[in-house]
Design a protein around this ligand. Structure first.
Ligand SMILES: [Zn+2]
Length: 191
């Protein structure tokens, strides 16, 4: 997806618009195909990672990654996997810039997830307390609702809250997918 560099001639923002094959000190995030690549601790340029528009805020994200081979430990036991993953996972904390539209969309999804989680618990509790002699069919539904509701809320919360997903982290470098084309197009290639 390489396009020839546009001469940085017109307008005060021209330096932010050209594409280059050279490393840019003002733009420490590179791209590798659809991935963003950056060193741990670098500040992101002030543009939304989803669309490339001016960012209105940053969201602190704790990224965590481990080798996919580790998932094999789920076979002997989920707890063994969870312990191993917590020990060997590489972590990176990053402040991700978002524009107002993407920031409020994320907040809305997280709010929906929280309301759904609370409602899935509160509704059966309220229903059972109002009719303690409810039928058994009703009781089964009231038991299933919190589980299904919590699962749905968890998925909405995780998917809606996530901005980028790490595909590799070591002691120095982070690679992540999920950045939008508008942001990726501004990033110089990593090689
Ligand atoms: Zn945006």
């Amino acid at each position: 997806m390489y396009a020839p560099p546009t001469p940085p001639s017109s307008g005060p923002d021209a330096s932010m618009l050209y594409r280059t094959m050279e490393p840019r000190p003002d733009w420490p995030v590179a791209r590798e195909g659809a991935l963003i690549v950056f060193s741990k601790g670098v500040p992101f340029p002030p543009f939304c990672v989803k669309c490339g528009a001016d960012a209105s805020a940053t969201v602190r994200a704790k990224l965590q990654w481990h080798s996919p081979w580790l998932y094999l430990l789920i076979v002997p036991g989920v707890i063994i996997y969870a312990i191993a993953a917590s020990i060997v996972s590489e972590r990176a904390e990053v402040a991700l810039p978002l524009c107002e539209a993407h920031r409020s969309r994320r907040i809305k999804l997280l709010t929906v997830a929280w309301v759904a989680a609370l409602a899935s618990i509160a509704t059966p509790v309220a229903t059972l307390s109002l009719s303690p002699t409810g039928s058994s069919d009703n009781g089964a539904l009231m038991c299933a609702l919190p589980l299904v509701g919590m699962l749905g809320a968890l998925i909405v919360g995780i998917v809606g809250g996530r901005i980028v997903t790490p595909t590799f982290i070591d002691s120095r470098v982070v690679k992540a997918k999920g950045a939008g084309a508008g942001f990726l197009d501004r990033c110089p290639p990593s090689h």
